[in-house]
Write a protein that binds this ligand. Structure first.
Ligand code: GDP
Length: 517
C-alpha cells in the first residue's frame, strides 16, 4: 500500500514523458528578451540552462575584470557586453544558479539599456555564442518541469502578466503562492490514501477486510464532493475577476448610450450624433472602475428597423444582452417611454441591471415611478427597483468580504439620474456598480477563486467521477468499482496541478505564454 501511495504522491501518473523531456532539454541553454521590445529605460535578456554562465562569460567583461564563473549565486555584476572588438552596452548581470532560480537551472539575466536594437543585438550575440532562442513560455515551462512550481502556479504566472485589474492581480498572486495547488493536493492526498487501502485490501483479502468500508468511504466522498463543489461555485466570480464584467449598454437610439460610454472611457471612441441609429455595430471597450473591469459593449439602439445593416446590430444587441453579466439601460428622461422601452425591459428579465435616467440636465418627463410601472407590467418576476435617493442604505451593508452582493445582484435594480453631458451622477453610478459586484474587499486569504476554465473542467470531471463512486456504494457494487472511479477523480484533479497531464497539453498551455516568460 505504501509503495502505491508514495509512487502516486511523488510523481503522478504520467511522469515518464517528463523525465524524458528533462533529459533531452538539459542539453539546451535558452535565451530570450524578457522585457517589451520598445524603447525603454532598461531591457532584460534572459538565459537559462546548463551553459548559461559559460555563454555569458563569452560576451561579458566585468568592470573589475572578473568572470561570472567563480561568482556566487544571486549576485549582480557590473560590466560590458562585448562582441569581438565592439563594446555593445554597459550592463548589470544577475547570476542565479540552479536549483535556486525561477527555472531551477543556472540563469543569467542581462540588464541592458532598453533600446530595441540593443536588446536584439545582445540576444543575437548570445545565440551566436551557443544559446538557442527560447520558445514562448519556455522559462516557466522549465520551472514547471523542474518541479519549481505546479501547473496551476505556472498558469498563474501567465494570468498575472495578463491581469487587468486589482482583483485579477490579487487572485493570480494567491494562485502563484500555491493556493489552488494546496487545496488540490489536500483532496488528492485523501483520495489516493483510500484508493490505496481498497487496492491493498483486494490484493490481500485474508488480512485486510473491506466489510462495511463502503459506508465509511461514502462519508469521505461526500466531503470531497462538497469541497470540489465549493471550488466550482467560485468559478463564476473567478471569471468576472479574470475577464471582467460582461456589460451591455442598452437603450433606444439617441438615449445617450455612446455619450455615456465616452464619459466612462474618458475619450471619444463611440460616434456621437444627432441622427438616430448611427451606432450600428457593437463596440467593445475595457474599462477599469475602482479595481473592477467592465468589458463594455455599446450596441445599436434597440428599435424596430427595416435597415438591414442596423438590423444586424439590433439582433446582436439582443444576443449580447442574453450573455451579459450586467445591463446598463440608458433612458432619455426628456422623452416619454414607449413600446421600444418595453421591448428592452423584456430583455432585462432576470438580469443584473442598472437603469440610468439620462439627460437629467433637460426638462425630464420620465421618473423612476414610470420606469418601475412599465417594468412590472412586462416582467412578472419579483424584482425590486430602487431609486437612487433610497439607495444609500444599500451601500456596504454587508460586513463579510464576499464577492458579488447577492441581494443587490438578484433582486434590486437601481435607478440613477445621470447626465452624460454635464457628468452629473456619473461618480454615483460608478460607486453603485462597484458595490453591486464587489462588496468590501475580497477575502483572498481563506478563499480561493477558480479563474481558469481548464481547472473548472477538471474539477467538474473529478466531481462526476466521485458521483459515480457514491452510486457504486449506494448500489452495493464490488469495491474495485470504487477504486476505478476514485482514480479517475484523482487523475482529473491532477490535471490542474499538472501531475497527470500529457506532453501535448503542457506544450499547448505554455505556447500561449509570452516570449521571454
Ligand atoms: P445613442 O444613440 O444612444 O448612442 O446616443 P448618443 O450618445 O449618440 O447621443 C444622442 C444625442 O443626445 C447627442 O446629441 C448627445 O449629445 C445627446 N446627449 C447625450 N447625453 C446627453 C445628456 O445627458 N444631456 C443632453 N442634454 N444631451 C445628451
Amino acid at each position: 500500500m505504501l509503495k502505491f501511495y508514495f509512487q502516486h504522491r511523488k510523481y503522478g501518473i504520467q511522469a515518464e514523458w517528463r523525465e524524458k523531456y528533462l533529459e533531452y532539454q538539459y542539453d539546451a541553454t535558452i535565451a530570450a528578451i524578457s522585457t517589451a521590445v520598445s524603447s525603454a529605460g532598461i531591457g532584460i535578456v534572459r538565459m537559462s540552462g546548463p551553459e548559461a554562465v559559460e555563454i555569458a562569460d563569452r560576451i561579458y567583461v566585468g568592470k573589475n575584470g572578473k568572470k561570472l564563473r567563480g561568482q556566487k549565486s544571486h549576485t549582480i555584476h557590473y560590466g560590458y557586453v562585448v562582441d569581438g572588438e565592439d563594446t555593445v552596452d554597459e550592463v548589470l548581470v544577475m547570476l542565479m544558479r540552479g536549483p535556486h532560480s525561477f527555472t531551477g537551472e543556472d540563469t543569467v539575466e542581462i540588464n541592458c539599456h532598453g533600446g530595441v536594437y540593443v536588446v536584439k543585438r545582445i540576444l543575437e550575440i548570445l545565440i551566436r555564442y551557443g544559446a538557442r532562442p527560447a520558445q514562448p513560455g519556455e522559462f516557466t515551462k522549465r520551472a514547471f518541469l523542474n518541479g519549481r512550481m505546479d501547473l496551476s502556479q505556472a498558469e498563474a504566472v501567465g494570468d498575472l502578466i495578463e491581469a487587468r485589474n486589482k482583483y485579477a492581480l490579487q487572485s493570480s498572486v494567491s494562485q502563484l503562492k500555491g493556493s489552488v495547488k494546496k487545496e488540490i493536493h489536500r483532496i488528492r492526498k485523501k483520495i489516493i490514501y483510500h484508493t490505496a487501502f481498497i487496492e491493498t485490501a483486494l490484493d490481500d483479502p485474508e488480512h485486510i477486510s473491506v466489510d462495511g468500508y463502503g459506508q465509511e468511504l461514502r462519508v469521505y466522498v461526500d466531503e470531497w464532493m462538497k469541497d470540489i463543489r465549493h471550488l466550482l461555485d467560485t468559478c463564476e466570480d473567478g471569471r468576472i475577476i479574470k475577464e471582467g464584467i460582461r456589460t451591455v449598454i442598452l437603450g433606444k437610439p439617441n438615449a445617450g448610450k455612446s455619450s455615456l460610454l465616452n464619459v466612462l472611457l474618458g475619450e471619444e471612441r463611440a460616434i456621437v450624433t444627432d441622427v438616430a441609429g448611427t451606432t450600428r455595430d457593437v463596440l467593445e471597450e475595457h474599462i477599469n472602475l475602482k479595481g473592477i473591469s467592465l468589458n463594455i459593449m455599446d450596441t445599436a439602439g434597440i428599435r424596430d428597423t427595416e435597415d438591414i445593416v442596423e438590423k444586424i446590430g439590433v439582433d446582436r444587441a439582443k444576443r449580447y444582452a442574453d450573455q451579459a453579466d450586467l445591463i446598463l439601460y440608458v433612458i432619455d428622461a426628456s422623452r416619454p417611454l414607449d413600446e421600444n422601452d418595453r421591448e428592452i425591459m423584456r430583455l432585462m428579465d432576470g438580469k443584473t441591471s442598472v437603469i440610468l435616467l439620462n439627460k437629467s440636465d433637460l426638462d425630464v418627463v420620465v421618473g423612476a415611478g414610470d420606469v418601475e410601472e412599465m417594468y412590472r407590467s412586462c416582467n412578472p418576476k419579483r424584482v425590486e427597483l430602487r431609486y437612487d435617493g433610497n439607495l444609500a442604505k444599500m451601500q456596504r451593508t454587508s460586513s463579510d468580504c464576499k464577492i458579488i452582493c447577492g441581494e443587490i445582484k438578484k433582486f434590486t435594480i437601481p435607478i440613477i439620474d445621470v447626465s452624460a453631458k454635464d457628468l452629473k451622477g456619473i461618480d454615483r453610478m460608478e460607486e453603485i456598480l462597484t458595490s453591486m459586484f464587489f462588496e468590501g474587499n475580497l477575502a483572498f486569504n481563506d478563499e480561493i477563486y477558480i479563474t481558469n476554465v481548464r481547472h473548472k473542467a477538471a474539477l467538474k470531471d473529478a466531481y462526476t467521477a466521485l458521483e459515480r463512486v457514491t452510486e457504486s456504494i449506494d448500489s452495493d457494487m464490488p469495491e474495485d468499482f470504487y477504486s476505478i472511479d476514485l482514480m479517475d477523480a484523482y487523475e482529473s484533479l491532477g490535471h490542474i496541478t499538472g501531475e497527470t497531464i500529457g506532453e501535448d497539453l503542457v506544450n499547448e498551455i505554455f505556447s500561449k505564454f509570452c516570449m521571454g516568460k
